[in-house]
Design a protein around this ligand. Structure first.
Ligand code: BES
Ligand code: MN
Ligand code: ZN
Length: 498
């Protein structure tokens, strides 16, 4: 999809379709009013007759409207004007895009960017519009032999800004929106790819391919033999039960002052989580192919920031493996020595994410990072706590925590802070080793984060538990690409500050 920005009135647009909003109950937005004035009240007469109430998701397509230069006008219900949330705004955009796609307009000029979305400026509305449009058009059909094709698909969306002087900011928002949606699409594709194709080796290949696109992005793949030599026994304890060799993907985007400390992004890359010997129940086990969505979102973020050529140094560290119950698999009760030297009693092999992350987090120390942010589908308990709306945020550094919260608010890719109080450490005590890898029934997402915090004492760190936000279950099952938008915004903000 192509996006651009423009200013000017709706009647002057020579295009296949002009898209304008109608509020509930039957109230016109400024652009709808403008068209109404030019057509002797045609729009308001339709609305009075009851053709469109203005509820979110309603649409009405009009043809050959007098005194306009466009082929069609799409009226879209926007719900109540007051308290228009970004969620409502994104629904309005999605609905418009799918209607246009189904009704033969290959190009459209959107006046929906004028809607007064709560907490959003014009640039944020443009970013949301691009993300919502791309999201509603996304299909994962690479593995279907017959693909649904649209005869005259929507190819170009023009987003309007109020004045000519808003064009520069608008163009920047389009650049960011396109880079971010490219990253989101990569993250979705990787997440949706089944475990028999998306193996650790596949993720590594995709990282190498990505780094060939940008001259300041490089990738190194550490194989099991090297991981063993370094002493990453916690990581390797997970891959032992699988026939697929584990890999550590290390990417380096170097586009700031070479002396500047890098931001390290760490992503959990479990390409399938069967639970290992502590085998998971069968229901919905297929969804455990998504257990590499942390890795996918880190790759997507690297893609977005490389596309934007942000002037900053960012590294990606991705431990990737399967969690399977083969003959050599780790057994409950086994004790391993992690890279940091801390010994871990593995009481449940299904708590494998923290085992691969702890070694990756210790490994980050050598880069003297400015901050380390890990992203992981870590616990079912986080889904229980926060559902699909916010990722769990845990951090040992409150400025970092606030920067992430703010990036979440401005992108709508939200996070919610959870506690990391010392009292929780009690739950991770082991009779036989320094730490146990599970902390009992209570506060599962907190004890998982507490476990990780033991390996992050030497730098500023944040952990995002994305188990609830990384994919949707049910009929429209699929990866969401979160939190690429959040992470990219965080990096944009950091690049702007330096
Ligand atoms: N990948 C899962 C977490 C998960 C579960 C994400 C459900 C999304 C939906 C993780 O490896 C896991 O199995 N965690 C266990 C931890 C427990 C054994 C302490 C969990 O959450 O049940
Ligand atoms: Mn697990
Ligand atoms: Zn897992």
């Amino acid at each position: 999809m192509e996006f651009s920005v423009k200013s000017g009135s709706p009647e002057k647009q020579r295009t296949a379709c002009v898209v304008v909003g109608v509020y509930e109950p039957r109230r016109l937005t400024p652009s709808a009013q403008r068209i109404d004035d030019l057509t002797d009240g045609y729009i308001s007469s339709l609305i009075r007759r009851g053709d469109l109430e203005g509820k979110v998701g309603q649409t009405l397509l009009l043809h050959n409207i007098d005194n306009t230069l466009c082929d069609r006008i799409l009226l879209v219900g926007c719900g109540r004007e007051r308290d228009l949330s970004f969620t409502q705004y994104r629904k309005i955009i999605s609905q418009s895009v799918s209607t246009l796609n189904d009704t033969g307009s290959m190009e459209a000029v959107f006046y929906l960017t004028e809607l007064p979305v709560k907490g959003c400026n014009s640039s944020q509305r443009i970013r949301h519009a691009i993300e919502a449009a791309q999201d509603s058009l996304y299909r994962f059909d690479q593995l279907k032999s017959k693909k649904d094709t649209t005869r005259r698909p929507l190819r170009k969306i023009v987003l309007t800004v109020p004045n000519r002087r808003d064009l520069t900011d608008g163009e920047q928002a389009v650049r960011e929106g396109m880079a971010i949606t490219q990253g989101i699409q990569l993250a979705k594709d990787l997440g949706n790819m089944p475990g028999n194709i998306c193996t650790p080796g596949y993720l590594a290949d995709r990282a190498v391919t990505l780094s060939k696109v940008y001259s300041n992005l490089s990738t190194e793949i550490l194989e099991e033999a090297e991981l063993e030599k370094m002493g990453m026994n916690a990581f390797l304890s997970v891959s032992k039960g699988s026939r697929q060799p584990a890999k550590m993907i290390v990417m380096n985007f170097l586009n700031g002052d070479p002396a500047d400390a890098p931001i390290c992004l760490v992503g959990k890359g479990v390409t399938f989580d069967s639970g290992g010997i502590s085998l998971k129940p069968g229901a919905a086990m297929d969804e455990m192919k998504y257990d590499m969505c942390g890795a996918a979102s880190v790759l997507g973020t690297i893609n977005a920031i490389a596309e934007l050529q942000l002037e900053i140094n960012v590294m990606a560290v991705i431990p990737t493996t399967e969690n399977m119950p083969d003959g050599m698999a780790t057994k409950p009760g086994d004790i391993v020595t992690s890279l940091s030297g801390t010994t871990i009693e593995i009481l449940n092999t299904d708590a494998e994410g923290r085992l691969i992350l702890c070694d990756a987090l210790s490994y980050c120390e050598r880069f003297n990072p400015s901050v380390v942010i890990d992203v992981a589908t870590l616990t079912g308990a986080c889904v229980v706590a926060l559902g699909k709306h916010a990722a769990g945020l845990f951090s040992n550094h409150s400025p970092l925590c606030h920067e992430l919260i703010n990036a979440g608010k401005s992108t709508g890719d939200r996070v919610w802070e959870m506690p990391l109080w010392d009292e929780y450490q009690e739950q991770l005590k082991s009779n036989f080793a320094d730490l146990a890898n599970i902390g009992g029934k209570e506060a599962g997402s907190v004890t998982a984060a507490t476990f990780l915090s033991a390996f992050c004492k030497k730098y500023h760190w944040a952990h995002l538990d994305i188990a609830g936000v990384a994919w949707k279950s049910g009929n429209h099952k699929g990866a969401t690409g979160r939190p690429v938008s959040l992470l990219t915004q965080y990096v944009i903000d950091q690049a702007g500050d330096s």
